[in-house]
Design a protein around this ligand. Structure first.
Ligand SMILES: [Fe+2]
Length: 390
């Protein structure tokens, strides 16, 4: 059990969008757009989701309420600032007044960027940091198609600055969608690799939020439930990808991890993964997975009780009188899970060499996620963790 210290009751804000969770939630997209006063909807999606048939099905919900729309799908994974600006130009020229995002973290983050660029009439890179957005986005409806990013819930958007080869984080209440329609059905077409990578992203969200210096009793509840759901259901879900029960549990994990991290923020895993993703545009979930055991090992001594609670929650055995046995049990379990899920476990598999480490560390130490890591870090610490993961 967590013992509540007076420090647990520091002032904390909790922001979340309206969300509908459950089978066929996606079918409510048209009704919500109509209720938000939409006249013409910019639909932000990606070619993979179009090919899977989900975009067309959701467009039908707009047609069923006589709403006009235009589709923007010229975006890549790890959305680029230029793609956001191109989407905002289409929103303006097509005279749209609402946005519907259908996809994983990339289309949703791109849609969030398009929203704030459209209402504030500034370049998306000008919003970098915390609370730098003045005006709210037009109505934004999200239908997440992966179970991991939490972008449909969060007040974060991660955009790549291609010129500087860095991912920037925009953190603002203005990025919270107006509604998230969270439907496990759409995740049944995810590949094994995407299922694994996005699940590890959700697991990182839950663990980083739980040990964050900005955690609260409300974020803890969601973080603990999410890590339990991911660790108990990921491998079964990979074996039975058509099981709606298992897909539903993974989707619930993503939602709860999203509620936790959006309000407690993250830590060194995400700071370092953003740096990696900006340099090489490698999938976010894979970067996170690879770094997680090394960051847990580094952070453990600064948040022993919290990490032991993580170990207990996911059902690991250790000797309570010897906390280091908890550290070993947790890092070994995470390495095992990553291996069983088929994700890369070494940076060199991504093409990273020693020559990249100083630049990676320099970018990671400037990422806003580093500020809530439970252990303070120097550039040298970060470089050493990258080196261990090499
Ligand atoms: Fe993430």
């Amino acid at each position: 059990m967590i013992v509540m210290e007076p420090s647990e009751f520091q002032l904390r804000k909790f922001v979340a969008p309206e969300f509908i969770f459950g089978i066929d939630a996606r079918k409510l997209a048209g009704r919500y757009a109509r209720n938000f006063g939409a006249r013409k909807v910019l639909v932000v999606t990606d070619p993979g989701i179009i090919a899977a048939g989900w975009t067309e099905e959701i467009l039908d919900t707009l047609r069923s309420v006589d709403l006009d729309h235009t589709v923007f799908s010229a975006l890549t994974s790890n959305p680029k600032a230029e793609e956001v600006m191109a989407g905002a130009e289409l929103y303006r020229s097509a005279n749209c007044n609402a946005i519907l995002a259908v996809g994983g973290g990339s289309p949703i983050d791109c849609a969030k960027g398009i929203g704030i660029v459209s209402s504030n009439r500034r370049h998306v890179l000008e919003f970098v940091g915390v609370d730098k957005v003045d005006l709210p986005s037009p109505p934004l409806i999200c239908v997440p198609t992966t179970s991991g990013s939490g972008a449909d819930i969060s007040q974060f958007a991660i955009i790549t600055d291609v010129e500087k080869r860095v991912k920037i984080a925009i953190i603002s209440k203005m990025l919270v969608p107006d509604v998230a329609l969270i439907d496990p059905v759409v995740t049944t077409t995810m590949s094994r690799e995407l299922t694994a990578a996005t699940a590890l992203d959700a697991l990182c969200h839950s663990i980083e939020a739980f040990v964050s210096t900005a955690h609260s009793p409300i974020t803890d509840v969601h973080a603990l439930q999410a890590m339990q759901l991911v660790t108990a259901n990921l491998l079964p879900a990979l074996k039975q990808p058509d099981s709606l029960v298992l897909r539903g549990r993974m989707m619930l994990a993503s939602l709860q991890a999203g509620l936790a991290f959006s309000n407690a923020s993250l830590g060194a895993v995400h700071a370092m993964a953003h740096s990696l993703g900006g340099l090489l545009s490698y999938p976010h979930g894979e970067c996170n997975a690879l770094l997680l055991p090394h960051v847990v090992d580094f952070n453990f001594s600064s948040a022993i009780q919290r990490y032991l609670e993580v170990a207990r929650t996911i059902g690991l055995n250790y000797d309570p009188s010897l906390p280091d046995t908890g550290r070993t049990a947790l890092t070994s379990f995470l390495q095992h899970l990553i291996r069983e899920a088929g994700l890369p476990s070494r940076l060199r598999e991504m093409g990273i060499t020693h020559d990249h480490l100083a630049e990676l560390a320099e970018k990671a130490i400037n990422d806003p996620c580093i500020f809530t890591n439970p252990r303070q870090m120097t550039r040298h610490d970060i470089e050493e963790i990258y080196d261990k993961a090499l």
